[in-house]
Design a protein around this ligand. Sequence first.
Ligand SMILES: *Cc1c(COP(=O)(O)O)cnc(C)c1O
Length: 821
Amino acid sequence: MHKSRYTSSQIKQIVNATGEIVNDNSINILLTDSRRISNPSGGLFFALSGRRNGHEFIAEAYNAGVRDFILKQQPEGYFPEANLLVVEDVLMALQKLAAYHRSQFNLPVIGITGSNGKTIVKEWLYQLLSADKTIVRNPKSYNSQIGVPLSVWQINDRNDLGIFEAGVSTTGEMIRLEAIIKPEIGILTHIGSAHDEGFNDREEKISEKLKLFANCRLLIHNYEQLLDYQEEIKTPERFIWSRFFNQADLYVFSETTIEKNYYLRAIYKGEEIECLIPFRDEASIENAIVCWATMLAMDYSPVTADERIERLAPVSMRLELKNGINDCSVIDDTYNSDIQSLEIALNFLNQQNQYQKKTLILSDIYQSGLQQDVLYKQVADLVKARQVDKFIGVGEALVAHQQYFDIPEKYFFTDTITLIKQLNNLGFRRETILLKGSRNFEFERISRVLVQKAHETVMEINLNALLNNLNFYRSKLKPGVKVMAMVKAFSYGSGTYELANMLQYNKVDYLAVAYADEAVALRQAGITLPLVVLNTEVSAFEKLTEFKLQPVLYSFGLFEEFVKYVQDSNIFNYPIHLKIDTGMHRLGFEDYEIETLCDMLEDNPYVRIQSVFSHLSASDAAQHDEFTQKQINTFETAFKQIEEVLGYTVIKHICNTSGIIRWPGAQYDMVRVGIGLYGIDAAVPASDASLQPIGSLKTSISQIKKIAAGDTIGYNRNGTLSKDGRIATVRIGYADGYLRAFGNGVGTMLVKGVVVPTVGNVSMDMCMIDVSEVPDVKEGDEVIVFNEKQRIEELAAQIGTIPYEILTNVSQRVKRVYFYE
Ligand SMILES: *Cc1c(COP(=O)(O)O)cnc(C)c1O
């Protein structure tokens, strides 16, 4: 159906590869992830060596039907029908191919970079310009060395404008992106301190970003930001905006808030012009000014620019995963709909395995640049390939193309209202529902019906941050070291299957929980990874074998009981893990017990030792390093003894989070990452942005009161203000996990960016904070208990505990909302 673009032999020539063309296929899809192959025919797989070696996934991709590969070397294994094209550098080949593809089109392209606001500006320009242009742009924030070529690859001959953002993390990267994007118009958005780590200083970072504009005709930027960089700007034309410099092309001289909007006046071509922005926060205002400047620079009239900017819609790149009615999960992605972001959302749907049944509610897709029959055939193929069980299409175009959808259960409605009226008749029960709609279909109305009402105190969990943290630890591991992810105690309070599914999808090797019940719940939610139970109990033996869970055995009594149990059940070689106590003195065999243990292991046909491990008592604390070293030595002696009697090698592991970085020599065959996955590690300073806290605990203000100096506040009249002021009552108390110890000014919260103290005692369901110093505070405003700014480590320090306790204390009453960008 779709127009094929290149043949295998053309590709071979473009990327300058060696290797034999067995069949000259036609290629139209670039693949970089073997887990995400929906349309194998026409796919070209790039074995990128990243965190996971792409070459390991060739077999996976081949078995899925892919026949064209770009590789660094000929793979082992037998792939008779494949074109195996070998290049020096696989990433470079991907970029070369994208650059070649770009060179086949002479459409105008806007290139955007900056440290903040790239994605918003790109998405807003898309909203503002798509009335008269067929635009191709990066899906979401695909702006990396891999994301940009994949984005540019989408250009087709119906597009008459490209808008691509480029992100760089270190020097030397922008030149490569420039060669792929080849922008004619450049936009520099806000430069802040974000992503400073990869650069020596700000100057270096800005110079690197400016390389995107090396061959631009026109650059749009803020005056003050580039004052010191005049020499480096080579573009023949510039459009400069400023709030201070009255000679700027767009000089914004007046700014006022009007209710929920922000009103700007400016001088442009000697005339006064105006613009109303439907947002009030600083970042949105600056991004909107950038868009305003861009429209004017592109010769839109001030009136048109104002009219369109006034209708800007918020941009959310998030997919939110929430609890739905009737035991459903709902993935909310109601902001936009195009085929690339549909694909991303379907990947997320497939990754969440808690229910077998997968449902997609999709609206018509606008502005795809494809003919409708081509577009909906592609959508239908994608939906079928991702094994959606139930499809609900909303919109006239979907109704008209319903014959394309070969799905077991399907329904079509002309508009959102008609669907909402029928919602109760569609039998939603124990399924994961993906809601994906274009803005004007207002799918948030569907979401309001399907999502369980959450009380206003929620914990938001950022799944991208979880992935970032996992990859951070992976980058610290020696080659071949496995990862056991610790998801005990509801993943340290952050959730259950949502995180486990994400970790499984990203191929950790083991998951570990404390008790068998936790593991059973994960199995029932679709987790197929090996699951290790740390605190094995005799009463749970049956569950262990029924759900294929792997117990940790830590004492003779337990060992004997378990062996007897499997023997009686006529089971052989049951996988188990042995825990050695090297000084923690909690669970495990002591060093003097190892010999007896070895006798019991010798020729024991009933169990098979998967791993031998121990736990460090103070891996993060320098003052105990000598003790830690002793633990490691004791461990080494013990496992050597054990391996000797077993006659086979086992996985050895001792490092928890802090051990990974502080004791790299003790990584052995596997590490057990716990709190680090959740963004906290005593060995990584909070100022280092490599780790990202994954949770934000948010609540809101139920009431604001004026309080006179000396009035008492809360139970036992413990709280007072030293001068007249205002307090806010917020919807969180000790029953939510906000401990009483935080009361009376010990704890702080964040309100509109201001750190405020508690006043008085914390009650069961609420507490009071002093908001006298917060301007414009209103009832209903959001209050942050912890997030990436008000960090869990600080909260722990306030009440003299550790971050682990703060995290796991957040009670189950507080709804968790997961998001993924
Ligand atoms: C909880 C736990 C871990 C993880 O510790 P972190 O400090 O959170 O990384 C590792 N090993 C065992 C045995 C544990 O119980």
